[in-house]
Write a protein that binds this ligand. Structure first.
Ligand code: ATP
Ligand code: MG
Length: 457
């Protein structure tokens, strides 16, 4: 109880006097006022942690004072005291923001228990608020890095979706483009944030297991169902569920998902009762759903239901201007994690990173930097730190390769081979080993062919 600042609002002099004495013995700082009119100025001047407020006061009554106090400082703990407590007034006071109620006459020990409980619940709710803030920092929109036009549009869309509460979203994009990250950000930026975010991979489990994970089951629904179990959709009530790899969902699961999305109800396996929940569905896939629809592997009605709001993440190679900021982001992150001191990437290495095609997108970039930073201790990441496949591909941008679709009359295979070898040699500045690597042949084979085409002096 030490050191708390307590404001007592009561017109009963005996009560305020004896409470003050008891609290001061406990090491608290006390201020007392005798009516509601003085409560607000005292709140401002004294800035208490807790207010003990009598319900019956001369002038404005306790409930009205409570309202004013909460309007001025929604954070302060208020405990009501009264000799005339009725259930209704108690309920009303709690609705107005009082944390608890104590009936007069009471002993100081009784009051202490209530106060300690109030303080504990306050510190718990602060802790929850802190954790929430922390999670939001970790998973919120600010963790998504990007300066490109494409990403600016993604940020705007995430904000819009987060505000519009219930809509289904379909996130598409190649592997490693940040679909998970975006789904989480939508959840944590929305008013659903205090409620669960859950993800399930639609291709990861056999059908029956997957359905029981999602929809839950009743006791005895199948051999292993010894007890009833809630599914993800129920557990995530009021929150968000990510249906990851939706393109891998079986046709039977697709039917059930469609029904759920249209009617917001589902049945647990082995039950005939409809369960109603309020969750936002986000679906993600790196497959081409339209094509799956054409191949009759994906239901068209479900596809249309999902793509009401489509959010596409462009592959990293289409937005190379994001590479420097992403690199900086990951270097900062791994510097902290591995206690390293990498300061920069050399201009030459950065050029290579921007030319590379990143089939694994941001995940590949991240993993590459992680590997380099675990292994190396230099302050600068230069091109010699980069993996060979990255430097090689960056050195042969697509346009260097001959366009073999344009085979005109008179093109011979020999001619093609010769010009390919020439191009490879040109792009490596005559370096035969590298040219051989580019062409995926041995240096010996390259020299043999060069001799054959009279390319060796
Ligand atoms: N814009 C970004 N800013 C920062 N980190 C990102 C960004 N995009 C992706 N990442 C990181 O890249 C990795 C892969 O992202 P994520 O798991 O979201 O990809 P995905 O699209 O879901 O891939 P998959 O299709 O394989 O499931 C994660 O570590 C994620 O934090
Ligand atoms: Mg993913």
């Amino acid at each position: 109880m030490n050191n708390h600042r307590i404001l007592i609002v009561d017109d009963d002099k005996l009560v305020t006097w004896s409470l003050s004495r008891d609290f001061e013995r406990e090491g608290c700082q006390i201020k007392t006022v005798g009516n509601g009119e003085s409560a607000l100025p005292a709140l401002r001047e004294f800035n208490p942690d807790l207010i003990l407020l009598d319900l019956r006061l001369p002038g404005i009554d306790g409930l009205e004072v409570l309202k004013q106090i909460k309007a001025a400082d929604s954070d302060v703990i208020v405990i009501m005291m009264t000799a005339y407590a009725t259930v209704e007034t108690a309920v009303q006071a709690v609705k107005l923001g009082a944390l608890d109620f104590i009936k007069k006459p009471f002993t100081f020990d009784e009051l202490k228990i209530i106060i300690e409980r109030a303080l504990r619940s306050r510190s718990l709710s602060r802790e929850v608020a802190n954790l929430r803030q922390h999670i939001k920092q970790k998973y919120g929109i600010h963790n998504i890095i990007g300066v490109s036009q494409q990403m600016q549009e993604v940020f705007a869309l995430i904000r819009k979706i987060a505000q519009s509460d219930a809509t289904t979203v379909l996130i598409t994009g190649e592997s490693g483009t940040g679909k998970d990250l975006v789904a989480r950000a939508i959840h944590y930026e929305s008013r659903r944030a205090p409620f669960p975010y859950m993800a399930i991979n639609c291709g990861s489990l056999p059908d029956t297991l997957l359905e029981s994970e999602l929809f839950g089951h009743e006791k005895g629904a199948f051999t292993d169902a010894r007890t009833a179990k809630k599914g993800l959709l129920e557990l995530a009530n009021k929150g968000t569920v990510l249906l990851d790899e939706i393109g891998d969902a079986s046709l039977s699961l697709q039917v059930k998902l469609l029904r759920f999305m249209e009617e917001k109800v589902f049945k647990r396996i082995g039950s005939t009762r409809d369960v109603e929940v309020d969750v936002r569905i986000i679906a993600a896939t790196n497959r081409n759903l339209e094509q799956l629809v054409a191949e009759r592997q994906f239901r068209e009605d479900l596809y249309f239901r999902l793509k009401v709001i489509p959010l596409h993440l462009a592959p990293l190679r289409e937005r190379p201007e994001d590479i420097p900021v992403l690199v900086k982001h990951f270097i900062d992150k791994f510097n902290k994690e591995f206690k390293k001191n990498v300061r920069q990437v050399s201009p030459e290495a950065m050029k290579i990173l921007k030319l590379y095609r990143w089939p694994g997108n941001i995940r590949e970039l991240r993993n590459m930097l992680e590997r380099i930073m675990i292994l190396e201790n230099d302050e600068t990441i230069s091109s010699r730190h980069l993996p060979l496949e990255i430097t090689l591909q960056a050195e042969t941008p697509d346009e260097v390769l001959p366009d073999i679709t344009e085979i005109s009359a008179g093109t011979s295979l020999h001619g093609m081979e010769k010009s390919l070898i020439l191009k490879a040699l040109q792009s490596t500045g005559g370096n035969q080993s590298r040219a051989a690597q580019l062409l995926h042949i041995s240096r010996h084979a390259l020299r043999y062919k060069m001799k054959k085409y009279h390319l060796l002096e």
